[in-house]
Design a protein around this ligand. Structure first.
Ligand code: PMP
Length: 392
């Protein structure tokens, strides 16, 4: 216990201690956090669907027919017709042959990667990939070679100098930077070097591409180019769960081998039913995506004019780069004093010295909401200057 306590103290002293807040009421930009109303710019509900009445109603309408609990794993007796319908719907939505519904994106990445690569194989993983990909790589027991973020020359050299089975895995949209992986180049390299390409499009599904079909469709990439697509449903889709989509043979293989699919209780089927409704809205309502694009453009223009350092991102993930942990915390706290919630992201979630405020925009934000954030950022801007002067 003493060692644990010492480690917690160390974290506190380094500005790395993580805290939770208690939210009451529905998830939407106007939150109640520990009893205090705040305007949030840090959720992944990019389309504002997490509390959409049609989706909530779809879940409650389904429940008298499905009950609530999943009751068992999919392979025992938990695989409900609502799950089955969602898988058919997800395959059609992503323009793929088939899809498999997982309980979370974390589990989809862990399960798929560890099933598709094993001892003696090599996994090539972008240095900025999500934690669940990193953990999937570890679980697989394959050799892992991390390539510098987005560096296709480095990856080409690594692939050329490695034999045996190869798997390349990348975020589609990088979760902390907001940039998009060079997907076409990745697909070409994998084809050339006979490597299996896995793309985790957690932050692209619903947001990018025609009708929100994701990063791969946006770039004209098919199942032949990228055999394994992973997506989460708890972000832009507004519900919960995740999926892997691709050739039927691969899905059959995952049903046999993906431990995070096999050994866990199926998600409540009503969530699957509600997700189908969400996908209908996502396909139908382009207006959410066009409003989101206006917000993104306005934020980038104004925040850059205020002198904030941004990342090359055209997605709703718009980090403000700060650097040291304490400055990131100070900026986040100053914004909170003004009624705005933008959490500070620190190592190990991001590399050392790259603490930031991860601003995320949502179609549920109005232009007036965004103006409020920009005015508050302008007021807080001097804080960063005085902090960096202190650091010097
Ligand atoms: N992949 C990426 C790129 C993510 O950002 C996240 C969530 N932060 C996940 C996977 C995990 O998804 P889920 O929240 O559904 O477990």
């Amino acid at each position: 216990m003493r060692d644990f306590a010492a480690e917690l103290d160390q974290r506190k002293q380094a500005g790395l201690y993580r805290t939770r807040r208690v939210i009451s009421g529905p998830q939407q930009p106007e939150l109640v956090s520990d009893g205090v109303p705040l305007l949030s710019f840090c959720s992944n509900d990019y389309l504002g669907l997490a509390s959409h009445p049609d989706i909530v109603r779809a879940a409650t309408d389904a429940m008298p027919h499905t009950g609530l609990g999943g009751a068992a794993s999919h392979l025992i007796c938990g695989h409900h017709s609502a799950h089955h319908q969602l898988e058919v719907r997800l395959a059609a939505f992503t323009r793929r042959s088939s899809a498999l519904f997982f309980s979370t994106g974390y589990m989809a990445n862990m399960g798929a990667i560890s099933a598709l690569a094993g001892r003696g194989d090599t996994i090539f993983s972008d240095r900025l990939n999500h934690a669940s990909i990193i953990d999937g790589c570890i679980l697989s027991r394959a050799r892992v070679r991390r390539y510098p973020h987005g560096d296709m020359d480095a990856l080409a050299d690594m692939l050329a100098s490695t034999g045996g089975h190869k798997l390349v895995v990348t975020d589609g949209v990088f979760s902390m930077d907001g940039d998009i992986a060079p997907l076409k180049e990745l697909a070409a390299l994998c084809r050339k070097h006979d490597a299996l390409l896995v793309v985790d499009d957690a932050h692209g599904v619903g947001v990018l591409g025609p009708q929100g079909r994701g990063s791969l469709i946006e770039q004209g990439l098919t199942e032949d180019d990228v055999p394994v697509l992973i997506g989460t449903l708890g972000k832009a889709v507004g519900t919960s769960g995740a999926f892997v989509a691709g050739p039927k043979l691969l899905m059959d293989y995952l049903v046999q081998k993906a431990r995070t699919y096999i050994y866990t209780t199926a998600m409540p089927p009503a969530i699957a039913a509600a997700t189908c409704t969400s996908l209908d809205l996502i396909e139908r309502e382009d207006s959410r995506r066009s409003h989101l694009q206006l917000l993104i453009a306005e934020f980038r223009r104004e925040a850059a004019a205020l002198g904030f350092r941004l990342m090359p991102s055209r997605t709703p993930i718009q980090p403000i780069m700060v650097g040291d942990n304490w400055s990131a915390l100070a900026l986040s706290e100053a914004l909170e004093q003004k009624g705005l919630l933008v959490t500070a992201i620190r190592p190990p979630t991001v590399p050392e010295g790259e603490a930031r405020l991860r601003v995320t925009l949502s179609a549920a934000h109005s232009m007036a909401d965004l103006e409020r954030l920009l005015v508050a950022l302008a007021d807080c801007r001097p804080l960063l200057e005085s902090k960096s002067a202190e650091a010097v």
